[in-house]
Each structure stands twice: as C-alpha cells, then as structure tokens.
Ligand binder design. Structure first.
Ligand SMILES: Cc1cc2nc3c(=O)[nH]c(=O)nc-3n(C[C@H](O)[C@H](O)[C@H](O)COP(=O)(O)OP(=O)(O)OC[C@H]3O[C@@H](n4cnc5c(N)ncnc54)[C@H](O)[C@@H]3O)c2cc1C
Length: 514
C-alpha cells in the first residue's frame, strides 16, 4: 500500500503536522522510534529546564496574543491543549512538555507507530520506501522528515573521543566536585552545563572559536540566553571560571587520569597554550542525521552538512516529494529567525500543511475577501500586525499577503516570504506583503546605551530607520518590488494609532494602486 504521507518523528513538529492531516482525513502514518511522543524532550535539555518562555500571566484574553508569550504550545483547534494549562513556570520543565505532547497526541488522535526505528529510505518511480529496524517496509508518495537534530555535533578535534558528551554524560554536579572542567562549545547547552557545575567544580573553562553573542542583542533565541549566562559573571568577576576564545587543537589522556589540552587562542599573540583538566564535556550542538537515506534519495546538505537544504516550500532541493518539518527547517533562517524552536516552527508546520494542501489536495491557501479600498486594506493589515502570533514569532520569515485584482482583494495569512517571491501563490498585478522586522543594524545596537541616539516611538517620518521590531509592507507590481512602507515602532508594539499607523499606510496603498 502506497500512502500519501509518511512522517518520520513524533516530536512537536511531526505531531502538529499529523494532527492537521488527521483532521483533514488524509492518508498518513507517523513512524517514531521512541516509546511515546516528544522523545527528544524526555532527555533534553539535560538539565531539564526549557529556555522557551511560558508566560501565563499576560493580561490578555485573546488566545492569539497569548501565543506571542507562549513559546511551547502547538497550534491546534483545542483551546485546552496549551502548555500554559500544564504549568505556570516561566521557564517550564521539559517533563511538563512531554506530558503536554502526550495529551496532544492522545486528544488529536494522531496515528503514530511507536517503537519504529527508520533505518533506510529509498525512492523509485516517485515512491519512497521506508525500511524499519524490524525489517518491515512502508511506502508513500510524500515523505516528511521531522526527525530533529538527533546526532551530537562532533568537531574534528584529535582526541575528542576522549571527552564526555552532552548527550550521554552524567549531569549530577557532585561528581565534578573540586575538579577542573573544560566544556567544548559556546551555545546554550554549553552554558546550561557550566551553570549547573558552578557550585561544585573548582575551575570551569568554556571554549569555542566564535564570538559569544547574546540573544537579547541579536534577537536570535539560539544565541546565549540570559537564563544561561550567570557563568559570564563568574568569569568577568574573577571567580576562577573563564570563556576561552579559540580552538581546542588536541586532547590527550594523562597518567593521572586527567587530560592535556592544546589550545589555540583566537586573538592573542600567545598562540598556543597547554592546559590541564580533570574532565572534558563536548557540548558543540547537534546535527541532522542523514545516514538513513540511500543514494536514490539522499538530500543535499548545507551549513557544514548539518542541515538538509530546502526550498521555500520546505522541500528538499534535490529530492522531489521529500519535505522537512520542525527544527530541521532552521536551514531556511539559520541563526536569524525562530524556525529552530517550537514557537517558530509551529507556524512553519502550518505553512507546510497549507502548501501540501494547495499542491496535492486542491485546497488553495486560505484567503479572506476584501474590497480593494486602501482604507480597508490598511485596516486589515493593522488589525493583523497587532494580533498575529505567527508574524510576531516568525519575524522576517512569514508574512501576510494582500492580492489586489481590480476592485477586489484577498487576504492570506502566514505565507513564507520566499514562497511568495518564488511564485508559490501565482502571479498578481498588485500584491502587498506584510511582515514584522528588526532594522538592518538591530544586532549591532546596544539597546541599553543611552548615549546611542535611536528613533523614538510613533515617529512616522523616521519609521524606516527603526532598529526595533516593527511592521513593514512591501508592494509588488507584477511580481517586482515597487515600494516599501515602514510602520513606526511603538514601545508596547501597538501599531494602531490612526494618524501614525493606519493613515500613512492607507496613503501608501492608495499611491501604489493609483
Ligand atoms: C539541547 C537542546 C535544547 C533545546 N531546548 C529547546 C527549548 O527549550 N525550547 C524550544 O522551543 N526548542 C528547544 N530546542 C530546539 C528544538 O525545539 C528541539 O530540537 C525540538 O525537539 C525540535 O522538534 P522536532 O519535532 O523538530 O524534532 P524532535 O523533537 O527532535 O523530534 C524528532 C523525533 O524523531 C524521532 N526520530 C529521529 N530519528 C528517527 C528514526 N530514524 N526513526 C524513527 N524516529 C526517529 C525522535 O525519536 C524524535 O522523537 C532545543 C534543542 C536542543 C538541541
């Protein structure tokens, strides 16, 4: 039997897509090697606290606005199926997310075959054949890979195999008491680990070649989060810990059971340094596991081969019918947007579901009719930018689209911006594309430096110079960019002051259509 869809992985992404296919009565199955939903979060993060916020008390009653402050819930039709109903911890426990995902799977009735490890995927005559560890095979016309980043990233350092690994080490701090510890990697899992060891270890060095970037400055939530940066205090306030900028060149075991490390500094004259540690932990991130694909359908890889290369429709660039969902889609907005995280990719999964509907099930992208009156278009845009959680979370990646045809228009929500420019919605004489964006220099500005001049809020004249998040509307005439309008930024992200937001936008739309 050849199904329409096979989904590999019952993590957040696979579950949400399956729930949409289940609701639509599509022919699909999910294959999951774990014994239940959300297997990844039964183990990670190793110190069990999520870094995705769960802000229960927002002062809002609008569920869409609440999703702006809820970075963990999946998108669905059941208002009770929200993580905010399971815990009110701001940074929730991973175990609560696992509990929530199990209920999500149960209540949506998704068809998952647990305990099913996919070991090989092949493709012939447009059909995928998926082989599992028990020797069974299944076939489908389309394959959605939602397997996450299931392999630890191992930089090519001689002796790295001697190090303990983030995915398997014993996180109990007691065993690190009074020890010198080297942590290889500079991401959140490295600092999460350093933070957990600070009270027990004598000395902790966190090492990596790249400059440390703070998420609050770059607005990329995968950079170092404040919740994980206590360690920096202990470094700069001389408490025996340090961040080492450079590369670990070599690791050797010493007779006393410790390790000898050769380190190359990135920015000092003293190029090489010999260091000694009792323990070394590898925390250099994760990568996609492409090993299951045979030569008939091996996806092209990018970003040091860590992620599958995808089109704007989340499809492999070289294997037709092979789609990706979840954290794997971060290839599309690497180290800029939120596709790597639940609060981002949940909208990507919704977009993928709509793309599959339009391509394979005669279900066009949902659209709402409008007149082509500039005021009505401006009002519709202002209403959405002030409410949408999808545009908020997927800034600079997803946008709303207003297509104008004579005196009529239609409004479509949360379309990947690249999918629009790639012609995914078809041709149009006039199209307005709306998204939320930070200014081009946003990650270079120190928001706390009062000596740095910045655009004041509600400043219509200088709206285009805004560094902070604000709505941007682009006009395309016959697919070619013809004009751009910035709505003035606002302290509380309320872009609904008529004279500041609606009226200038209506004037822009009028001029474009004029
Ligand atoms: C250390 C770490 C911490 C993170 N913390 C957060 C966080 O706090 N908040 C957040 O929003 N994001 C976080 N992320 C990012 C991201 O959200 C997670 O990676 C999330 O798990 C991605 O969801 P997913 O559905 O894409 O994949 P996953 O949740 O990884 O699900 C993939 C599923 O596929 C299954 N699978 C894999 N290979 C096979 C196979 N061959 N056969 C069958 N099944 C298979 C796995 O068992 C797993 O259940 C974190 C990432 C890492 C690495």
């Amino acid at each position: 039997m050849v199904r329409d869809y096979l989904i590999i992985g019952a993590g957040p992404a696979g579950l949400q897509l399956a729930a949409s296919l289940e609701r639509d009565g599509r022919d699909y199955a999910v294959l999951e090697r774990g014994s239940g939903p959300g297997t990844f979060f039964t183990r990670y993060p190793r110190h069990r606290q999520l870094i995705s916020i769960n802000k229960v008390n927002t002062g809002y009653t609008d569920p869409e606005l609440n999703l702006r402050m809820d970075w963990n819930s999946l998108l669905g039709d059941d208002p009770e199926l929200l993580l905010t109903r399971y815990t009110d911890e701001y940074f929730p426990r991973a175990d609560d997310l696992v509990r929530y995902l199990a209920d999500f799977a149960d209540r949506t009735g998704v068809r998952v075959e647990y305990g099913t490890e996919v070991v090989r995927v092949s493709r012939a005559d447009g059909v995928f054949t998926v082989h599992d560890a028990a020797g069974r095979t299944r076939q489908a016309r389309r394959l959605v890979v939602a397997t996450g980043v299931s392999r630890l990233n191992e930089p090519p350092i001689p002796g790295i195999e001697l190090a303990e690994r983030y995915d398997t080490f014993d996180p109990d701090p007691a065993s690190f008491t009074n020890q010198r510890v080297l942590i290889v990697g500079k991401g959140n899992s490295a600092f999460e680990t350093a933070d957990a060891l600070m009270a027990k270890a004598a000395v902790i060095h966190v090492a990596g070649p790249h400059s440390l970037k703070m998420a609050w400055k770059t607005h990329f939530v995968g950079h170092l989060r404040a919740v994980n940066n206590n360690f920096l205090d202990s470094y700069q306030l001389k408490s025996q810990n340090a961040v080492l900028d450079g590369t670990v060149e070599n690791i050797e075991k010493t007779a006393d059971g410790g390790f000898h490390v050769t380190f190359r500094y990135a920015r000092t004259t003293e190029r090489l340094r010999e260091l000694h540690y009792d323990r070394i932990i590898l925390c250099a991130g994760f990568r996609f596991d492409a090993s299951v694909f045979d030569e008939t359908c091996r996806p092209a890889l990018v970003i040091d081969d860590r992620f599958p290369e995808q089109t704007s429709a989340y499809e492999s660039v070289n294997v037709p019918g092979l789609y990706f969902a979840g954290t794997l889609t971060q290839q599309r907005d690497f180290k800029k947007g939120t596709n790597g995280f639940i609060h981002g990719f949940r909208y990507g999964v919704r977009a993928l579901h709509r793309i599959l509907g339009a391509r394979h099930h005669d279900t066009p992208w949902p659209a709402r009719p409008l007149t082509a009156a500039p005021e009505e278009i401006a009002d519709a845009v202002v209403a959405r930018v002030n409410r949408s959680s999808g545009l908020w979370q997927q800034f600079g990646v997803l946008g709303d689209v207003v297509t104008v045809d004579g005196d009529r228009a239609q409004y479509q929500e949360e379309v990947p911006l690249a999918y629009v420019t790639d012609g995914g919605l078809g041709p149009a004489a006039h199209r307005f594309v709306v998204d939320l964006e930070y200014g081009p220099d946003h990650d270079g500005v120190d928001p706390f430096d009062v000596t740095v001049p910045r655009v004041t809020e509600n400043d219509v004249e200088h709206a285009m110079d805004s560094s902070y998040l604000h709505p941007v509307v682009r006009h395309y005439r016959d697919g070619v960019l013809a004009g751009t309008h910035h709505l003035a930024e606002n302290l509380e992200n309320e872009w609904d002051v008529p004279a500041v937001h609606q009226q200038p936008l209506a004037a822009f739309v009028k001029a474009c259509l004029g």
